[in-house]
Ligand binder design. Structure first.
Ligand SMILES: [Zn+2]
Length: 201
């Protein structure tokens, strides 16, 4: 199964009026063709990787690569190659990639806006994900919101992977008898210092 590789797309062919075939000496029988190669992944064109050319004599069928072309034919090939850029679809993969990246940036911006909103007006049920010294992570759950402070419950568990916090974020892991008051200002300080790195609502 071919996952990636290169393929060539035909760009243009012209019949040269001037070229003389080096094989059969016929004039005006040479067709010059330009191809552009592109890298593909699962047949999705990613980006172009350069042009190739060949010529073929209609009279004797002799085929020449660009290296084998006499100067007169090669010069016509170079002109043809420069005049014909090649199709935009050969950039599809790059375009898709650019869209995905901008979408990810947009999403992370939106996420940050939401978090700031959650931080500014906390609600009961909000969960703060935070770092503990020594490479561990845990969560705090808000159970009551007051003027300047919050009543929070710490999670009974810690975990060593940030991305696995959802596994311990379960109702039964918050024991209300361990709840404590914390100033909103302190939560803000923890958030802006990166100690609290995510807020889930
Ligand atoms: Zn020929």
């Amino acid at each position: 199964m071919i996952i990636f590789g290169t393929r060539a797309a035909h760009i243009k062919s012209v019949l040269s009026k001037q070229a003389v075939c080096p094989n059969c000496n016929e004039k005006g029988s040479i067709i010059i063709s330009v191809f552009r190669k592109h890298a593909h992944i699962f047949w999705i064109p990613m980006f172009p990787v350069g042009k190739r050319g060949i010529s073929q004599c209609q009279n004797c069928k002799n085929v020449l690569s660009t290296k084998e072309m006499p100067d007169s034919i090669r010069n016509e090939y170079i002109k043809l190659k420069e005049e014909n850029k090649g199709p935009l679809w050969q950039f599809s993969g790059l375009a898709l990639f650019a869209i995905l990246i901008s979408w990810a940036f947009y999403q992370s911006g939106e996420n940050e806006k939401l978090e700031q909103q959650y931080l500014a007006s906390p609600k009961s049920g909000d969960v703060y994900e935070y770092k503990i010294e020594g490479g561990f992570y845990s969560t705090l759950k808000v159970i009551e919101v007051n003027n300047d402070s919050l009543l929070v419950v710490p999670n009974d568990y810690e975990i060593d992977k940030m991305s696995k916090l959802y596994k311990i974020d379960k109702d039964e892991n918050y024991s209300e008898e361990f709840s404590f008051k914390i100033a909103k200002k302190e939560i803000e300080t923890m958030y802006y210092s990166g100690e609290i790195f995510d807020i889930n609502r």
